[in-house]
Design a binder for this molecule. Structure first.
Ligand code: PMP
Length: 354
């Protein structure tokens, strides 16, 4: 008998690499290339570091209230966590306790199956159609809960709110989570549906559109009943999940809507330009509404392009997995970063043609 018999063994999620080389172009983990809102910098500079002596507010009141005001919901409808990863993991623990499998797409955020296994939740994947869309009929089978991102990752495809509502309406006896990590780049949030469906949980993050991946802030909005259950589990797990600077700086970011709209619009404009240019180089991709493009080339295998880019210190994401091994996920960076990427690809593709 060894102690190892009592170990919970898991195969962990593998996050995109976080290289830190001078001059590199990092387009592999969907961060925002622009800094956080200017008010965040100002607040950071005058922050009272003596306050770090104390535990932070376990209810994360300032941030919850700022989000409630911004999204026109009550504070009792908002839950915050250490990145949306923390929120979703906590929600899996809270809401997915049935014996039936939970459902999510076969091509999606690859953390879902890891959490399901970690929390001992049975799951079944529903294949996306040939055009990478979710088939709402697949979510009519008996299940213990549902989660999908909208826009989906890594495809970037957005499903209409009608599709989302069809899925929620057909599943009133389980919790349906819509992971809206990328919704601010041209999608439409399911938040208005929260008033209508008490089983709908909408999850968002500050890591992409609010440019604060380093602070680890995520949140979800749902009925007060859902949020109450989530808080019960959170307070049974760790009272002080979110540190003080994240609470204060996160609230500050929410207050600057003008900056938020400006940087998301800029990323959308860059994305649309990059789409046009990638097409001329022989790439195809689903019509992304996220801050990345999931592109494959008509003749050159994605893995080879990935390697070549990497050698040039341009990092994109590649998965050697069924259905997606032909594609690269390219985050939208600044105009200049994308120019460098496109210039490299133009040269690379032309050399491979002859
Ligand atoms: N959901 C999706 C679909 C994502 O791509 C990511 C980013 N990896 C997350 C959630 C988690 O983001 P974060 O924990 O930084 O909020």
């Amino acid at each position: 008998m060894s102690w190892e018999q009592n170990v919970r063994r898991v195969v962990p999620y593998v996050a995109g690499e976080q290289p830190n080389k001078p001059g590199m172009i990092k387009l592999n983990t969907n961060e925002c290339p622009y800094p956080p809102a200017p008010g965040v910098e100002r607040l950071l500079k005058r922050m009272d570091y003596g306050a770090l002596r104390l535990y932070p507010d376990p209810d994360t009141g300032v941030l919850v209230d700022a989000l409630a005001e911004y999204y026109h919901v009550s504070s009792g409808q908002v839950f915050v966590g250490v990145g949306s990863d923390d929120v979703i993991s906590m929600a899996f623990m809270t809401f997915f306790n049935g014996r039936r499998p939970i459902l999510f797409p076969d091509v999606t955020y690859s953390f879902y199956d890891v959490w399901a296994k970690l929390h001992g939740i049975p799951y079944r994947t529903c294949p996306l159609d040939e055009d990478w869309h979710i088939c709402p009929e697949d979510y009519r089978q008996p299940n213990g809960g549902i989660i999908f991102p909208n826009p989906n990752a890594p495809t970037g495809l957005f499903e209409s709110l009608e599709t989302v509502e069809r899925i929620v309406r057909a599943n009133r006896d389980v919790v349906v989570m819509v992971d809206e990590a990328y919704v601010d780049f041209g999608g439409r949030s399911a938040l208005p549906l929260v008033e209508k469906y008490d089983n709908l949980l909408v999850v968002q993050t500050f890591s992409k559109s609010r440019s604060m991946a380093g602070l680890r802030i995520g949140f979800c909005i749902g009925s007060e009943k859902l949020i109450g259950y989530l808080n019960d589990v959170k307070f049974s797990f760790n009272s002080y999940t979110m540190n003080l600077p994240s609470q204060l700086l996160g609230a500050e970011a929410v207050r600057d809507d003008v900056y938020f709209k400006a940087i998301t619009a800029r990323i959308v404009a860059t994305r649309e330009r990059v789409k046009r240019e990638l097409r001329t180089l022989g790439f195809t991709f689903p019509d992304s509404k996220a801050n990345f493009i999931f592109a494959s080339h008509e003749t050159i295998p994605a893995q080879q392009i990935f390697q070549a880019l990497r050698e040039a210190d341009i990092y994109v994401r590649y998965w050697n997995k069924p259905r997606i091994s032909d594609s690269l996920r390219i985050t939208i960076g600044t105009e200049e970063e994308m120019d460098t990427l496109l210039a490299f690809l133009k040269d690379y593709v032309s050399k491979r043609r002859f």
